[in-house]
Structures are given as structure tokens and as C-alpha cells.
Design a protein around this ligand. Structure first.
Ligand code: FAD
Ligand code: MLT
Ligand code: ZN
Length: 469
């Protein structure tokens, strides 16, 4: 079968779901399956609302054993599956391409353990990130990652995509913060790597293989995460900066001046700010500027931290490096400033069809690439906007209008500048065929060997991550 939606793409040699399969699977999870087409709608459609699958079955297991039983059945029958967490992924990895069975972690939302001395949290994969953050806060800790999607995304989905987000500058990537994983392999075998130790040098670190594997190797069912101490004092500054070079200088100064309390450094250009002020009716507390820098500090001493960031602001203002700035020190104002950045993806969705490109680039060429694309898309795109996590060298550019003008041109440009075609959202369905722009032939060939070894029938999230062309 060739896809009508995606010309040239062939359905893999998988079995088609029969009524008997649906009934057998239903028995394995005590009736927690969905088959009603209206109920399936949300599971078949991605967050961007630009991709749609045709699954006829959603399975909602509650335990690792149930996931194992379902996968074993699917593997034996050669039925393809797609794992789904909060379905907030931005590269089409979490929805079926054809009729794959959706295995949702929605009901796997139990905390297994919280160690109030070490801050090590063990929980099921379907726990919502924001809820976990609220939970660990009660013990004086915080989750090591934070995303605009925290109200819906699952920790399993975060791990499967190796999500970066707004705190990566401070706490590093999930590769460093995950201590253990439990994963069900495609044949139903349970891989127990759910360690809670910070140190373990006994052979290959298998759990890391599943971090960023985007559901192509197995289903993560539980995780152990090292949570940092909850900072006592948080401050956020929003600054108006006339040039991109100016933002870079401020980044350098912020690192020197704020040192260990710097916890986020985000950039938005004027066009991005307009997406949230005009489409979501949020208000910009400072005068309009070509660029905006959002700086967050997180520390243990309120007076000390406030003094540090205020004096940075004063220096920047007095030397003309910023045109305006505001400092938020109380919770509601901090939240209001963060919303301008966190809700940007939502603001863009309200603006019509959105092409989103999450790439990483050397900071020296970051905005040149945006300007080049803006020129190329003049008259074709309504808006070309750029924003991102400068703190870790990532940017996101969103274009509207014709994709042909963008791909492969944009990816070629990223490769030319030695950037990466996916900074943090993964490859999923959208970017799988551009993997060679950022990975060598030998690396992709080893990835294919790993995939074939773990999933010889290819049932786990087919048509994702690895190239189909
Ligand atoms: P899903 O979307 O359901 O799935 C994502 C992928 O993981 C799919 O390939 C799926 O098959 C697989 N998967 C899901 N659960 C499992 C599991 N238990 N086992 C194996 N595979 C699984 N990403 C960033 O990196 N940084 C950001 O700052 C950021 N901000 C975002 C802001 C918004 C508003 C939105 C909508 C998305 C944002 N994202 C960001 C995208 C991001 O990838 C996710 O939001 C998140 O990590 C996905 O989690 P999820 O539970 O929704 O996973
Ligand atoms: C973000 O940084 O806001 C997210 O990764 C989502 C996006 O790129 O729009
Ligand atoms: Zn991001």
C-alpha cells in the first residue's frame, strides 16, 4: 500500500488489525482500549494539527506487565505500534503514519518512590511533567527540565525525545539526569535498568540508548530521575536589545556577572513577540525592540541574587546596550514574563499554517541564517520568526507558506554552517530523511543495526527517526 497522504511512502509488511486482534488485546488490558472513531481523533492528530494517522485502536495499559503482554501479542502478530505520551511532540513521532496501534501511557501515572535526601524520583512513564514538578516541590526539589508543554507532556515522552527545554543551561540534558529506566522491548521482554544510583560503571549504559530513541526501540515504562534542589530565589529579567550581536554580548556578560545563579537565557525577535502579544493578547511590559533577551536567575539568597541581576541591568542600561528592561521578582510577574516565551509555540499555531524548524547553530551565524531565510521567503511567508534557547545554542525558526522554498534549502544551510537539523525535538516522521545532514553514514548504519537487533520485525514506531528514502 502506498500512502495517499505521503506520496511515495509504502506501508511496511505488517498485519492489519482484525476484530479478533482487538478483542484479544482488550482482554490483555481489562477493557482499556478505545475503538470509537471520535475518541481516536485526538490520538491520531499531532499537536501542530498538520499530520494525521489512521489508527483504529488505542491501548491504555496501567502496568509494565500489561505493556509487555500487549507488545508480545503485537510482535507475534506483526502488528505495528506507536507509543504515545502527552502527544505534544513536534516532529510527528507520536502519531501513526498508517494504521499503527497506539499504545498510550496516559494511565501509567503513579509515583513509585521519592527519596527526600538524594532527590531521586522513581515514577511511571505516563506521569505529566508539570505534576511531577509540583510533587517533588513538596520535598524541596525541582524537575531538571521545564518545557512550555509541561501541562501535558509525559516524563516517558520527555525521555524518548531527550527533551531539552528552558532549564538545560542550568541542569544539563536528560542523558545526565536519568539514573535508570525500565523499558519493554518489542518482543515483550522487560529490560530492568531502573537503577537509583548515581554511580554505576558495570558495562554498557543501556538506558542511554532509549533516551532520544523516539519510541523506535521499546516502550519506556518507568524512570528514575535525579532532581536538583528547588531554588529559594528566582528572578526574571526581560530586556530590549537593538542588535543580535548585542544579545550575544549580554549573554557573555550575564555568564560572568551572574555565574552559578544564571538558570536560563532565552531569545525572541520582534516578530516572535508579536505572535504572543497579537495572537494571545499577552502584554509586553517593555517598549518594542528588535530583540528580547529573557534572563532567569535561580539561587538560594534572594537579596544577593536580586542585587546581582539589578546591577547587571543597570550596567547594561547605562552603557546603552539595552533600550529598556524589567525585573520580575514576585511569582505572578515572573510567570507573566515567562508566558511570553513559553506560549510562543501556541501563539504561532493561532497564526495559520506553521512550518517549524528546530535546529542548533553556532551562535556566530544564528541570526544570519534567519535573515537569509527571511529574504528567501519574502512574499511567500506571512511571518518568519526566530526564538530559542540561546543558553545552549539552539534556535527555532517557524515559517509559513510553501515548504518547497524551505526544504531542503534550509537543512543544506544548517549543514553548511555545521549546525544540527534537530536541536531538541527529534527526527520523528518529519525529519527522518534529513538525518544524513547531521549524522555520518557510519553512524546511521550502526543505528540501523541496533534497530534490527532490538526490533527485528520493525513493529516499533515504523517510518520514524531512521530514513525511509
Ligand atoms: P509524545 O509527543 O507523545 O511522543 C514523542 C515521541 O516519543 C514519539 O516518538 C513517541 O512515540 C515517543 N514516546 C512517547 N512516550 C514514550 C514512551 N513511554 N516510551 C517510548 N517512546 C515514547 N521539546 C523540547 O525539547 N524543548 C522544549 O522547550 C519544548 N517545548 C515545547 C513546547 C510546546 C508548547 C510543545 C507543544 C512541545 C514542546 N517540545 C519541546 C516538544 C517535546 O518533544 C515535547 O513536548 C515532549 O518531550 C514530548 O513528550 P510527550 O509525552 O508529549 O511525547
Ligand atoms: C520552545 O522552545 O518553545 C519549544 O521547543 C517549542 C517550539 O519550538 O516552538
Ligand atoms: Zn525549545
Amino acid at each position: 500500500l502506498t500512502s495517499r497522504r505521503y506520496p511515495g511512502l509504502q506501508r511496511g509488511h505488517f498485519a492489519s488489525l482484525t476484530d479478533a486482534d482487538a478483542a484479544n488485546i482488550e482482554r490483555l488490558v481489562s477493557g482499556r482500549v478505545l475503538t470509537d472513531l471520535s475518541e481516536l481523533e485526538g490520538y491520531n492528530m499531532d499537536w501542530m494539527k498538520t499530520l494525521r494517522g489512521s489508527s483504529k485502536l488505542v491501548v491504555r495499559p496501567k502496568s509494565t506487565e500489561e505493556v509487555a503482554a500487549v507488545l508480545r501479542y503485537c510482535n507475534d502478530r506483526r502488528l505495528a505500534v506507536v507509543p504515545q505520551g502527552g502527544n505534544t511532540g513536534l516532529v510527528g513521532g507520536s502519531i501513526p503514519v498508517f494504521d499503527e496501534i497506539i499504545i498510550s501511557t496516559q494511565l501509567m501515572n503513579n509515583i513509585i518512590n521519592m527519596d527526600d535526601v538524594s532527590g531521586i524520583l522513581v515514577c511511571q512513564a505516563g506521569c505529566v511533567l508539570g505534576k511531577l514538578d509540583d510533587y517533588v516541590k513538596e520535598y524541596g526539589f525541582t524537575m531538571p527540565l521545564d518545557l512550555g508543554a509541561k501541562g501535558s507532556c509525559h516524563i516517558g515522552g520527555n525521555l524518548a525525545t531527550n527533551a531539552g527545554g528552558l532549564r538545560l543551561l542550568r541542569y544539563g540534558s536528560l542523558h545526565g539526569n536519568v539514573l535508570g529506566l525500565e523499558v519493554v522491548l518489542p518482543n515483550g521482554e522487560i529490560l530492568d535498568c531502573l537503577s537509583t544510583l548515581r554511580k554505576d560503571n558495570t558495562g554498557y549504559d543501556l538506558k542511554q540508548l532509549f533516551v532520544g530513541s523516539e519510541g523506535t526501540l521499546g516502550i519506556i515504562t518507568a524512570a528514575s530521575i535525579l532532581c536538583p534542589q528547588q531554588p529559594n530565589a528566582v528572578n526574571v529579567a526581560l530586556l530590549g536589545v537593538p542588535t543580535f550581536k548585542g544579545v550575544m554580548n549580554i549573554f557573555k556578560k550575564a555568564k560572568v556577572h551572574l555565574g552559578e545563579i544564571l538558570s536560563a537565557f532565552e531569545l525572541m525577535d520582534r516578530e516572535s513577540m508579536e505572535m504572543v502579544t497579537e495572537n494571545l493578547k499577552l502584554s509586553n511590559p517593555i517598549t518594542s525592540s528588535r530583540f528580547y533577551a529573557l534572563i532567569e536567575t535561580s539561587g538560594s539568597n534572594k537579596d544577593h541574587d536580586e542585587e546581582k541581576i539589578s546591577s547587571l541591568l543597570e550596567t547594561l542600561l547605562n552603557s546603552g546596550q539595552i533600550t529598556d528592561g524589567t525585573l520580575a521578582t514576585d511569582e505572578s510577574k515572573i510567570q507573566a514574563v515567562w508566558s511570553l516565551r513559553e506560549r510562543l509555540a501556541e501563539g504561532l499555531l493561532c497564526d495559520g499554517y506553521c512550518y517549524k524548524y528546530d535546529v542548533s547553530l553556532p551562535l556566530s551565524v544564528w541570526y544570519d541564517v534567519v535573515e537569509e531565510m527571511r529574504k528567501r521567503l519574502e512574499g511567500a511567508a506571512t511571518h518568519v520568526v526566530a526564538y530559542g534557547h540561546v543558553g545552549d545554542g539552539k534556535n527555532h525558526d517557524s515559517f509559513q507558506e510553501t515548504m518547497d522554498l524551505i526544504e531542503p534549502y534550509f537543512y543544506d544551510l544548517v549543514a553548511k554552517y555545521k549546525g544540527c537539523v534537530s536541536a531538541e525535538h527529534g527526527l520523528g516522521f518529519r525529519k527522518k530523511d534529513f538525518i544524513y545532514h547531521s549524522k555520518s553514514t557510519s553512524a546511521v548504519s550502526l543505528m540501523k543495526m541496533v534497530k534490527n537487533l532490538i526490533d527485528p520485525k520493525g513493529i516499533m514506531n515504523p517510518y520514524k527517526l531512521l530514513p525511509t528514502k
